[in-house]
Each structure stands twice: as C-alpha cells, then as structure tokens.
Design a protein around this ligand. Structure first.
Ligand SMILES: Cc1cc2nc3c(=O)[nH]c(=O)nc-3n(C[C@H](O)[C@H](O)[C@H](O)COP(=O)(O)O)c2cc1C
Length: 208
C-alpha cells in the first residue's frame, strides 16, 4: 500500500465498518501515517514492470450526478505508459462515441483504476487525477503513447497523476490465460502430439 492510499480510501464510514470488524486499529495506523507523509506517492520498479505487461484495465470515473461509472480499457501489452514516478497515461481509442469516461473526467478528475493479471492472480489498484490531452494540445505526448501497429483510432491521451496505489492479494482471482500465454504451455504438448502422430504413422505403415 502506498503512503497516501489509506488516507484516501479509509473514509470515516469505512473506518467505522473496520471498527465493527476489528481492523480499525491496524488500518488506522496506516491512514494516520499516510496523512502525515509529505509529497506524492512514487511508483516503484514493481509497478513499472507490472504495468509494462498489462493489456487492459478497468477505469472508474464519476459523473456530475455522482454516479460512478466503470469502463474497460484495452490495448497492446504496455499500452499504459509510466510517464514518470508520479504519472501514467494511455492512448484513448475511438469507440461507440458515448464519451462517458471522457466527459466524466473533464469534470471530476478523480478516477480509480484496477489492473488485473489473471494468469498470475495479481491486481493493482490506483487512485489518481486524470486529464485529457489532445493531439493539437501536445502532439508529442499523444504520439509517444500511440502504437502505429495496433489497429485503433487514437482520439486523445489520458494522463493520470497517481495519488496512491495498493496491491491486492490473489484471493478469489480465477486464473485465466490469453492465447499468447497459452502458447508457451501448449508448445511442448504440440511437439509431443506431432511426435506421437509420426510414430503412429510409422507403425501403421509397418503393419500394412
Ligand atoms: C461500434 C462500436 C460499438 C460499441 N458498443 C459498445 C457497447 O454497446 N457497450 C460498451 O460498453 N462498449 C461498446 N463499445 C466499446 C466502447 O465504445 C469503448 O469501450 C469506449 O471506450 C467506451 O467509452 P465510454 O464508455 O467511456 O463512453 C463499442 C465500440 C465500438 C467501436
């Protein structure tokens, strides 16, 4: 848990539930330490390495009505860039033209993101403040986040100043694998199958 995570997430209502369940003292210490910690939380190599492999995440924004809104964001592995120790960003692709997340972030900057690694049952949660950056505003930034080999229309970049983050335990994450991840596991089986088929063919040929 980064230093400011608890002071953001553990609101009075949250702390009162923690109190009911006996975890308020433990978590309260974290919240107090975080509230007193100077300066923003820094991303470490662990977060950098993890984000470099992610091909999706879920983004929660908040609309003017106060309703939270969750949307999926996907792209080639590493499409979420760590821009420096305190900020991340990604190229935002054209979709169904509803622009709910974009509109929400234009008003309330505070967002929450969760990055899941189903294969290794890991998850990283991030709180931050988002801002939209268009190509006319900063062509270099938008270009630096664009992968020209990936089929998508980049409409804008989103930059999130990270306020805090926390790693979750692997509990209750069902391992799931992408085709690319399965390839490594399937390759030895494919080779074995090919060898057995060849041997079978030889045996059949010998019998006739
Ligand atoms: C033609 C098209 C249709 C889509 N239809 C949906 C849809 O019905 N529901 C949905 O959640 N996303 C849909 N998507 C994906 C979203 O447009 C995409 O995730 C986009 O980023 C949504 O942003 P927003 O939810 O913040 O407005 C569609 C994308 C395209 C290109």
């Amino acid at each position: 848990m980064s230093r400011h995570y608890a002071s953001i997430a553990f609101t009075p209502a949250v702390r009162s539930v923690q109190d009911e369940h006996g975890s308020a003292t433990f978590y309260g210490r974290k919240a107090d330490a975080g509230a007193a910690a100077p300066g923003p939380d820094r991303l470490t190599d662990d977060e950098r390495d993890y984000l470099a492999e992610r091909d999706h995440f879920y983004l929660a924004s908040v609309g003017e009505t106060g309703w939270p809104y969750v949307q999926f964001r996907g792209g080639p592995p590493g499409f979420v860039k760590v821009l420096d120790d305190h900020s991340i960003g990604w190229a935002d692709f054209r979709g169904n033209l509803q622009y709910i997340s974009t509109g929400n972030m234009g008003g309330e900057q505070r967002v929450a993101l969760i990055f899941l690694d189903y294969a290794h049952t890991r998850r990283l949660k991030v709180f931050g403040r988002a801002r939209i950056v268009t190509a006319p505003q900063d062509p270099e930034l938008v270009a630096s986040m664009t992968d020209p080999t990936y089929e998508a229309v980049v409409e804008r970049a989103v930059v999130v100043d990270v306020a805090a983050y926390d790693w979750n335990c692997p509990q209750h994450i069902t391992p799931r694998y992408t085709l690319a991840e399965l390839e490594g596991a399937l390759e030895p089986m494919r080779r074995r199958l090919a060898a057995l088929e060849a041997e079978n063919a030889e045996l059949r040929a010998g019998r006739t």
